[in-house]
Design a protein around this ligand. Sequence first.
Ligand code: ATP
Length: 233
Amino acid sequence: MLKVHNLITHYGSSQALFGMDLEFGTGEVATLLGRNGMGKTTTINSIMGIVKATSGSVKFNDTELVGRASFKIANLGLGLVPEGRQIFPNLSLRENLVATASNHQNNSGPWTLDRVFDLFPELATRQSSMGNLLSGGEQQMLAIGRALMTNPKLLILDEATEGLAPLVRQKIWAALKQIKNQNMSILVVDKNLRDLLKIADRNFIVERGKIVWSGHSDALRNDRETLHRYLGV
Ligand code: ATP
């Protein structure tokens, strides 16, 4: 479904990605792991066209994404839950969801407000609350719901549970598991390795802008040297 090949990205004269390669299939959960500043967000933003890649290729179901505008990439079926959530503060929770609702790929059984509220019942009772009055957990659930309302085929989450209380984190992981079981492909960045590995099919470790290790969760759990060397655990 997604195939990133030799992706190189610069910020001005400073190079952030040094030939990123990763690949995963439909219905899979893939993770991007790595210490701070290694290039996870840059990879995601380069895939989404938010940051312009210098060279390389990102194929989404055989369609080349590099060089396309980010709204066109989103319309192809990539939904982003950005780092920091970026909820519209002066719209209500319900308006935040309605604002992005679309189905450019004509998916069958599209996401609706009711489906989002089934996934996150906490949101149903807060529909008229303004975005800036929601808790961090509610905002993250809303950010996921908002991405789902675009009916993506691939959901990308940058820091899925950052700064959230343990109970809220568990709700987010449970929701992602539920979405995965509905055959959604997911690319996720998070620091919570233990929870992440439970839902992941493939894992990619980023070190200084390139992949230094990739493999299945069991292989990573048992590879103490890799865990220590690249993730400091
Ligand atoms: P974190 O977990 O801290 O978000 P990350 O793995 O997502 O880290 P990136 O944010 O992609 O890493 O950063 C990769 C490199 O690019 C770092 O050296 C960072 O300083 C640099 N960088 C990121 N954003 C910019 C920017 N807007 N301008 C210049 N350099 C940047």
